[in-house]
Design a protein around this ligand. Structure first.
Ligand code: IPM
Ligand code: MG
Length: 383
């Protein structure tokens, strides 16, 4: 056996294992029947995860505000805000686990989570090469829909992004193969059930909220098998919603469309595979005023996790500016959480107060910027 065929045999085995695991998952997805009905719960447990970097700063403000907004229901025991310890970079590095087992177990005893950003150690940090805690939680809790609203009323923009959250390039993101010094290979995964459920979630949202247009975003001209399948299946679901106009775009031109003032306000709801959704939603958030202004919901049929769209901002921390972090993002996530657990009036109240605070204060993240604590004072006085 020459060197190349030895390498081939070894990697064919790895490939075989990966494919078998993905086929098993695709099968399991067809039988997902675990739903949380919040109206039937005696107590709703909201796990509070501070995260890393600027996470604890913005989460402290969010918890302060939720304690006031939900005072009655916290006192009567209808809602519990339950701190979850141990999802910190230090603890994760010490245990060598992306999400330590006992932390995952504590998380699974909650119904929903409000989570600060977590840091993924980079290759040269000297820390264990852990997977992203975010990605692991999305997979472990099967949070398949990443819902990211962006709204700029003065420009007529009201966008809602439905990003597929468990597949695409992220499924096997840590299972790529460095075959040799000359060759590395990563994988991208699209399943039928995984695509159908994100497409259905987007169309159901559109229907329930009087939206008239859904736009599918792929690169199906290049990623023919995975994105091609994603596009076909989204159109198959679209057939069930004849009143909604459906169109599709390649991700590159969609990136351009979002900064095209002639047409951008005409878009309403978007469906995107995981990686394009990651990129396009940062762009959209920046148009709204920065990634510090956007919240994000990770929703599955059983659990849901709400977080800021941005990361832990290690550069801000290194520059001594952590206290200037903008809590608007995590508060927008809290608004989505409140809606998800059936508290729409409280969600609207918080949303209005956050918008009022945002128009009063300059949260630039620079030394001159207002602080996170000043921002939450402004929210509280507008609540
Ligand atoms: C996001 C983030 C995450 C992602 C990171 C932190 C893994 O960028 O939520 O958009 O890539 O999905
Ligand atoms: Mg992102």
């Amino acid at each position: 056996m020459n060197q190349n065929s030895k390498i081939n045999a070894e990697y064919l085995q790895i490939f075989d294992k990966l494919i078998t695991a993905q086929l098993d998952r695709a099968e399991r997805l067809k039988h997902d029947e675990c739903f949380t009905d919040f109206t039937s719960l005696e107590k709703i447990i909201v796990g509070i995860i501070p995260g890393d970097g600027i996470g604890p700063v913005i989460m402290t403000e969010a918890v302060k505000i939720l304690n006031i907004l939900l005072k009655d229901e916290l006192e009567s025991g209808k809602i519990e805000l339950r701190p979850i310890d141990g999802l910190t970079l230090e603890h994760r590095a010490a245990t060598g686990e992306t999400v330590p087992k006992e932390v995952l177990a504590a998380i699974q005893r909650c119904h929903v989570l409000l989570k600060g950003p977590t840091t993924t150690p980079d290759k040269n940090s000297g820390l264990p090469n852990l997977e992203s805690a975010n990605v692991t939680l999305r997979k472990e809790l099967d949070l398949f829909a990443n819902v990211r609203p962006v709204s700029i009323p003065e420009l007529g923009i009201d966008w809602t992004f439905y990003r597929e959250n468990t597949e695409g390039e992220y499924s096997l993101g840590s299972s790529g193969i460095a075959v040799s010094d000359d060759l590395s290979v990563d994988f991208k995964v699209t399943t039928t059930a995984g695509t159908m459920r994100i497409a259905r979630a987007a169309f159901e949202f559109a229907k329930a909220n009087g939206k008239t247009r859904v736009s599918i975003v792929t690169k199906a001209n290049i990623m023919k098998k995975t994105d091609g399948k994603f596009l076909d299946l989204c159109y198959r679901v679209a057939k069930e919603y004849p009143k909604i106009k459906t169109d599709d775009w390649y991700v590159d031109i969609m990136a351009a469309n979002l900064v095209n003032p002639e047409i951008r306000a005409d878009f309403q709801v978007f469906i995107l595979p995981n990686l394009y959704g990651d990129i396009i939603t940062d762009e959209a958030a920046q148009i709204q005023g920065g990634v510090g202004t956007a919240g994000s919901a990770n929703v599955g049929s059983r659990y849901a996790m709400f977080e800021a769209i941005h990361g832990s901002a290690p550069r801000m921390v290194a520059d001594g500016l952590a206290d200037k972090a903008n809590p608007a993002s995590i508060l927008k996530a809290a608004v989505m959480l409140l809606r998800h657990i059936g508290r729409p009036e409280k969600a609207d109240r918080l949303d209005r107060a956050v918008n009022a605070a945002s128009s009063l204060l300059d949260m630039t993240g620079t030394p001159e910027s207002s602080s996170a604590a000043e921002f939450s004072d402004a929210v509280l006085s507008n609540l």
